[in-house]
Design a protein around this ligand. Sequence first.
Ligand code: NAP
Length: 507
Amino acid sequence: MAQHEHVRVAVIGSGFGGLGAAVRLRREGITDFLVLERAGSVGGTWRDNSYPGCACDVPSHLYSFSFAPNPDWPRTFSGQEHIRAYLERVADTFGLRPHIRLNHEVTLMRWDNDALHWVIEAANGATFTADVVVSATGPLSDPKLPDIPGLADFPGKVFHSAQWDHDYDLAGKRVAVIGTGASAIQIVPEIQPQARRLTLFQRTPPWVMPRMDRAISGAEKWLHRALPFTGTARRGLLWGIRELQVGAFTKHPDQLGLVERIAKANMARAIKDPQLRAKLTPSYRIGCKRILLSNAYYPALAEPNVDVVASGLSEVRGSTLVASDGTETEADVIVLGTGFHVTDMPIADRVVGAEGITLAESWKDGMESLRGASAAGFPNWMTIIGPNTGLGNSSMILMIESQLNYMADYLRQLDVLGGRVALGARSSAVGAWNRRVQDRMKRTVWNTGGCTSWYLDSTGRNTTVWPGTTAEFRRATRAVDLAEYEVIRPPVPNGPRKAVLAEEAAR
Ligand code: NAP
């Protein structure tokens, strides 16, 4: 039977952002909330990405919640299964299970101007209303399948890195890997020994740095368990080092030349063939795209069963893959390491705001929001990892926790205002925030480094990355500034539709 429930807060998604929001709500004493999750288990991108070799390239002691330290991380850069298990444990430890509705894919969120709440519909027929929506669907949740002529008629197997088919045996197959992003470079070394031939379609070579990965010793684990402040200190050190690097990315990309030399030496150690080295050498500034970490990628490319086609895949004719430079390759299986819908997230088509338009329509000229959270025209709706909250060099969990501070203060402000009330981000405030962000963006390596990347939208605007330190973002999201919002009350009969109480906002 279709269910209907009203909650104070509906959290959408149960990855790091959604589970973090749920813990924070409970810590604030709020228990009237639900987490709606489209899949059958929690974990978000760390549930979906189970491809061989999947691991995080941010150290585990930093890539975890500050309120849920894990002294037992097995490696400095832990693998997907350990990160997924950590998130499952967070759901148990903080008593989140009763709040989580699995297999509830949200198909529509519609703001009701009269009732001042969100009406939420799920694919399974369930409906909900919520005073506030916290959308934590994540930017890396919807695989991007390239629009390549003939791909649909390929007679072999095709799958995306985030939808790995573990029942399909790659042994003895001719495997084509499309893409050279963070996912593909982890996959290639894992599957190269099994494949008869592996052909890598590289449209743009990545910069690849050595990966300082090692097992965490029993003594270290014991120390972090017995003296928790040592784990905190370790986290602080990892954070501090990354904060010091930010200026090179955001203000002085010229300083990154030294890092390029380290990456070139990393390549030279494994790639002896000068022609292959030339193919693999990037022609843009390091850091413009995400810097990748691997000790195994280049050695795998040097193996005799591997070919690198230095060109994108442009057409599929039967089992023949045709690159943009005309190279033809026969394949049995295609692995798409082609990334995600980041600047065009499908969830934006499912959110209908106060003016009756979708978030996607509102963002047709590019995503923008106030402090990475609130979009104009979408009252009481906030995003975790919203526009311009991504990082090039540090842990997204730091940004998520900053956004949770903002979420908590937002809910406090609603309580203080009292009664039926909503906060709508003022267009002027959203505009001012984004002008500041874009102004700072002009000098960054992501905008000046001479590359295209998923950080940029189709117009070339960087709507994904935060152009500052995580400490700056923490300060910017410590509290809600009511002057940046309209206070919306239910419509007065025969009065203006939206009663904006400016004096109230100023109080
Ligand atoms: P991605 O970085 O967006 O990479 C997609 C790749 O596909 C790019 O190399 C792109 O080439 C290529 N591509 C697209 N169409 C192509 C075509 N027709 N022919 C050849 N190549 C084509 O995606 P991702 O690797 O899944 O990574 C996404 C993000 O997830 C990362 O940036 C990172 O934030 C996160 N991630 C992190 C880890 C980690 O922590 N280790 C691992 C995986 C993912 P161009 O470069 O030319 O566009």
